[in-house]
Design a protein around this ligand. Structure first.
Ligand code: ADP
Ligand code: MG
Length: 610
């Protein structure tokens, strides 16, 4: 038996949806959660020329998002229009879409927000002594009323999704919503140097940056001195393209991308191309699956980029992607290589202290800020939630003065490569080299360092066009599956460029004729199997840069035999000196650190002299 059929819909009249419903539907594109409200309102405040923006949140922003600015304010006629869809003061012709400088331009945000909340505008311009207010209850506008108001605009959004329960159910616990709001606020605060931001949650201060603080000072305030001190500047200019910003050493990478920020012409965005640029910039320095910390501002001619792809403007399309990609990666890699990648010894001491049950030092910076990652940490569904977290954190010091780095800490940062070759060196367990430095000492993993050397050497040779090959007197035969032999056969030339010279020996065997000359005691079979593995995984010819890189990593790893080698003084010196000439000698190609460094300050702490 067939299912009973639904009644046909013919005969129903086509009707335009009522405006309120249309706006509720449109709201779905722009307003997803409290954080989207925060983003739209703060953008509007910045567009209005504000130099001071205050954001108050209640219950993770679900109960209240209020943004107060000291911008231009709105005249009576403008207030009346602000909640209308497609009402905007920022764009009037289609051509304007090509050179949008302001953050908003679609005129959708306020209409959408008003459709799904109880919203209220209170505003005054400098030309008027009286201000205006207007209420929007789920899309129903009240009259524009005369109201006393300070200069600027305050927009209040209460009870988000109160009239769309299905959407409201999609919201997470208030701690999680708060974390997202905070992420948006941090991005806005870093994007808009020149604008001061204060944010509170349920009456407690969340974030505070003064208008006068530059990018570095803002990063320090938001994320602490340890990160701020380790940042390396990036700057690149090429025609209308300009990149400035700060990149952190790989050890600051995290599982989430909360400390990874791109700003395009002043607007925070998460863009696939730019994410790839960072990944490429850190290739070989990071453990898989980690996101580097970096704060990068890109300026481009507005007509080189289409920002109108997505309503929330977070994805864009670049005109000349390939060129842009190359330029950015080059600039970033150079900066990443300049960061101090060694593991600081004091980290190890700190964890030892904790194990021993000693009271850990309060870390400098903003311990009083909830970590946006708190949503994963605060487990208990208790009402306290993030508040408990905030309560536990110390209040900001008066005036928020942060401790200056001690002279020793400064000395540590100024350690230059090229020091510490005088010796003598100490080899421990045929694995580690210990050497004195002007302000401490360093423990080097000789195997990891040698891997990095081999890898960088191969890379350099490859960039010049050809890897030097050591031919074999007696070729080594490696067994493979039939389809693998076929794969090798298709890629003989590409592999040869890498210095892996093979010939087909039978249906299930290949002969290794030569391998890169710089490999010591290479494991031929291992290298061939790795190459086949990469070809299978990526399914691409090794001409693609990525595959070459991957092969280089593995090849370098298969042949570095320095673990377990007993080294004399001159061998240790030679290894350290050669490594010091590299682009970066501080991690192995798989991003394990090659060295741990102890400063005098660390030693003093360890011996309780301080
Ligand atoms: P858009 O920002 O895309 O123009 P919105 O819906 O966000 O659209 O805002 C509509 C209009 O309301 C803006 O174009 C602007 O004229 C006015 N407006 C909104 N917020 C403010 C504010 N904080 N200060 C001054 N004017 C504002
Ligand atoms: Mg807007």
């Amino acid at each position: 038996m067939s299912q009973p059929r639904p009644a046909p819909l013919v005969g129903l009249r086509i009707a335009e949806l009522p405006e309120v419903v249309r706006n509720q539907i449109a709201a779905g594109e722009v307003v997803e959660r409290p954080a989207s409200v925060v983003k739209e309102l703060v953008e509007n405040a910045v567009d209005a020329g504000a130099t001071s923006v205050r954001v108050d949140l209640e219950e993770g922003g679900i109960q209240l998002v209020r943004v107060v600015d000291n911008g231009t304010g709105m005249a009576r006629e403008d207030v009346a229009l602000a909640f209308h869809p497609h009402a905007t003061s920022k764009l009037s012709t289609l051509e304007d879409l090509d050179h949008i400088a302001s953050l908003g331009f679609r005129g959708e945000a306020l209409a959408s927000i008003g459709a799904v909340s109880r919203a209220r505008i209170l505003t005054r311009t400098k030309d008027s002594d009286i201000g205006w207010s207007l209420v929007n209850e789920g899309g129903n506008l009240g009259p524009v009323l005369e109201s006393g108001a300070p200069l600027g605009t305050s927009i209040e959004v209460r009870d988000l999704f109160y009239n769309t329960p299905a959407r409201r159910r999609f919201l997470k616990r208030k701690e999680a919503e708060l974390a997202r709001c905070l992420d948006v606020l941090q991005r806005m605060a870093l994007a808009h140097v020149g604008v001061g931001f204060v944010a509170t949650h349920d009456g407690r201060r969340l974030l505070d940056v003064e208008a006068s603080m530059d990018l570095a000072a803002r990063v320090r305030r938001l994320f602490g001195a340890e990160l701020a001190d380790a940042l390396e500047p990036v700057a690149m200019e090429q025609g209308s393209l300009k990149l400035v910003g700060l990149v952190a050493p790989p050890r600051f990478a995290r599982r989430d991308a909360l400390r990874q920020m791109w700003f395009l012409n002043g607007r925070p965005l998460k863009d696939r191309l730019l994410t790839r640029v960072l990944k490429e910039g850190y290739r070989g320095f990071l453990v898989e699956g980690r996101q580097p910390a970096a704060f990068l501002a890109l300026s481009l001619d507005p007509d080189q980029v289409d920002v109108n792809v997505h309503p929330t403007k977070s994805e864009v399309r670049f005109r000349d992607e390939r060129r842009l990609f190359g330029l950015l990666v080059t600039a970033l890699r150079a900066a990443v290589a300049r960061t101090d990648i060694a593991t600081p010894g004091d980290r190890m001491l700190e964890s030892a202290e904790r194990r021993g049950g000693w009271v850990p030092r309060p870390s400098a910076g903003t311990a009083w800020l909830p970590d946006p990652g708190a949503e994963t940490r605060v487990r208990e569904p208790s009402a306290a939630g993030v508040d408990r977290y905030l309560d536990a954190a110390p209040e900001p010091p008066p005036g928020y003065a942060l401790p200056a780095a001690s002279p020793l800490e400064q000395a540590e940062r100024h350690w230059k490569q090229g020091q510490g070759f005088e010796g003598p060196f100490l080899q421990v367990a045929r694995t580690y080299i210990v050497r004195a430095l002007p302000d401490g000492f360093e423990v080097v993993d000789q195997h990891a360092l040698h891997e990095r050397l081999t890898y960088e050497g191969l890379r350099a040779e490859l960039q010049k066009g050809q890897v030097a090959v050591q031919r074999r007197l007696v070729p080594e035969i490696v067994e493979l599956a039939r389809d693998e032999v076929a794969l090798v056969e298709q890629n003989l030339a590409g592999l040869a460029r890498l210095g892996i010279e093979l010939s087909i020996f039978g249906t299930a065997e290949v002969a290794v004729q030569g391998l890169p000359a710089r490999l010591r005691n290479p494991d031929a079979a291992g290298i061939v199997r790795d190459a086949v593995g990469v070809l299978k995984e990526r399914g691409r010819l090794p001409e693609a840069d990525e595959v070459l890189e991957e092969l280089l990593h593995r090849t370098a790893c298969r042949s570095s035999v320095m673990a377990g080698d007993s080294l004399d003084q001159s061998a240790m010196r030679a290894l350290l000196e050669r490594a010091s000439e590299l682009e970066s000698d501080q991690t192995c190609p798989h991003a394990r650190p090659t060295r741990v460094r102890f400063t005098l300050a660390d030693l003093e702490k360890a011996f309780h002299r301080r």
